[in-house]
Design a protein around this ligand. Structure first.
Ligand code: C2O
Ligand code: CU
Ligand code: CU
Length: 508
């Protein structure tokens, strides 16, 4: 039986600057069957496919005898998996029944800025937003989530997110597991902290903003302690790091290797054999694991390697106790008779290399955090309300890109339509920032001048930039000229984004 105990966590970091943090303690919990989000395939009417989402409030039973107030889409926590087909015309109908404003952003999709769902596309309480776009994607795993200015972290944490799967003709014939919920399994991986009454605990201490919000329990598709029963000899896991701040070092408990098929926005040229994959916030990858030996195995997160370029440095190191631990993610239990899966192909989909088009312009984006001498004063000033007082960066000087904090009324960059650009992202801080660009996929050219590993050489929309690193991205801006509607670029640690580490660009 389940045993649950309560204790007041000792808190994080230096004394005196923090509110007491009492969390629902770690305890022995029963295993739960992994929830598979409902598949939303839309309805075809006159050549256009319509999808309906309703953002709503609810309560969710993560624990057998506790109700957690949550947000969800078409349900109480998280949303359905939206299945899109490359080339189709789509209308999304997003009804907001939350009783407060939100937005819904299609993370990674190449769509007009007006349809992108960023902070300017506010859906008022009771309103329905109906963006239209054509799907112009390679097959891949994407997602959607709230992007309300200064509130993205809070909304996503409460549950306003879901997965998107795109199919295309180019990859349709490749042999690989592709039966949703059977051998093609969505995994929305999120860490959460719970209060004693079962409610989510969000941003209670200054460190929750500095490092981003870390939880002490892992949910997969909203399931605590999930177990998946495999019925096939190979299983494809579509892994989405839907956490606000945590990076996972995903591996298997017995050290078995696995095959990576894709990164964020599409297939790699060819499958890559891996033993661990580091997945930062908002990153995705599809992997295939062989379970034909029939033995139970766990998907876990390893402590961050001592030589990882993403390790926090200096004083930030002490604020990251959470990256030092091994976490259970998903138990995989193969059934006794397994259906035999096909062998994977040697080659996947040939990549179009953006830099071959010639580079028209290079821009530099320097990420910084205002820390040190000035911080104490700001923290003192910020010790007001339960949460509002913690948002000391809202005024603008703590999380910066090129020395500036996000300002809804400022267009930071103007990109000429039709151009191909290199964006140099420089991390001038002591911790890793996952840098994300709206408008579509980019490719990573190099890190500190060195070529990136094979598993990162695909279509990407979010890239980890370690402390002191310079990462060069190349991207093309071929569509959707619109001087009025900006796209965002930002750190995908949501508390950094909400506190200023974001900028805007238009394509004209
Ligand atoms: Cu996943 Cu700007 O967002
Ligand atoms: Cu995005
Ligand atoms: Cu950041």
């Amino acid at each position: 039986m389940k045993r649950r105990t309560f204790l007041a966590a000792s808190g994080v970091g230096s004394a005196g600057l923090l509110l007491p943090v009492a969390t629902l303690a770690q305890g022995t919990l029963a295993d739960n069957e992994l929830k598979i989000p409902e598949l939303l395939s839309g309805r075809l009417e006159n050549g256009r496919r319509h999808y309906r989402l309703r953002a709503q409030r609810g309560t969710t039973r993560f624990f057998p005898d506790l109700e957690t107030p949550t947000l969800g889409l078409n349900g109480s926590y998280l949303g359905p998996t939206i299945r899109l087909k490359d080339g189709e015309d789509v209308t999304m109908h997003v009804e907001n029944a939350l009783g407060e404003p939100t937005t819904i952003h299609w993370h990674g999709l190449h769509v007009p800025a007006k349809a992108d769902g960023g902070p300017h596309s506010v859906i008022g309480a009771g309103e329905t937003w109906r963006p239209e776009f054509q799907v112009m994607e390679h097959a891949g795993t994407f997602w959607y989530h709230s992007h309300l200015i200064n509130r993205t972290g809070d909304h996503v944490y409460q549950g306003l997110a879901g997965m998107i799967i795109v199919d295309d003709d180019e990859s349709a014939g490749l042999p690989m597991p592709r039966e949703y919920g059977i051998d093609d399994i969505p995994l929305v991986i999120q860490d959460r902290r719970f209060n004693q009454d079962g409610s989510f605990q969000y941003v209670r201490a200054h460190s929750d903003i500095m490092t981003g919000m870390f939880g002490d329990r892992v949910l997969v598709n909203g399931t605590l302690n999930p177990v998946f029963s495999a019925t096939t000899s190979k299983v494809r896991l579509r892994m989405l790091n839907g956490s606000n701040a945590r990076t996972y070092n995903l591996a298997f408990s017995d050290g078995r290797r696995f095959t990576q098929l894709s990164c964020d926005g599409g297939f790699l040229d060819r499958p890559v054999e891996m033993s661990v994959v580091e997945l930062g916030p908002a990153e995705r990858c599809d992997i295939v694991v062989d379970v034909s030996d029939g033995s139970p195995v766990d998907l876990i997160s390893l402590p961050m390697a001592a030589d990882s370029p993403y390790r926090p440095q200096g004083m930030m190191r002490n604020m990251h106790p959470t990256n030092g631990e091994r976490l259970q993610i998903l138990a995989i239990r193969p059934q006794s008779a397994l259906e035999k899966s096909d062998d994977l192909p040697d080659r996947l989909v040939p990549m179009i290399r953006f830099q071959d088009r010639g580079i028209d312009n290079t821009r530099r984006f320097t990420l910084s955090m205002a820390m040190g001498m000035g911080m104490r004063g700001r923290m003192m000033r910020g010790r007001g309300g339960p949460r509002g007082g913690m948002m000391m960066g809202r005024g603008g000087d703590q999380f910066l890109i090129n020395g500036q904090a996000m300002d809804m009324s400022v267009i930071n960059e103007t990109v000429p339509m039709g151009s191909t650009e290199i964006w140099e992202v420089v991390n001038d801080s002591m911790m890793m920032h996952p840098f994300h660009v709206h408008h579509g996929q980019f490719q990573v050219l190099d890190r500190n001048g060195r070529p990136v590993h094979a598993h990162e050489r695909g279509y990407k929309d979010t890239v980890k930039v370690g402390p002191g690193e310079t990462v060069r991205l190349v991207m093309t801006f071929d569509h959707f000229s619109d001087a009025e509607s900006p796209y965002m670029y930002h750190c995908h640690i949501l508390e950094h984004e909400d506190n200023g580490m974001m900028g805007q660009f238009v394509v004209v």
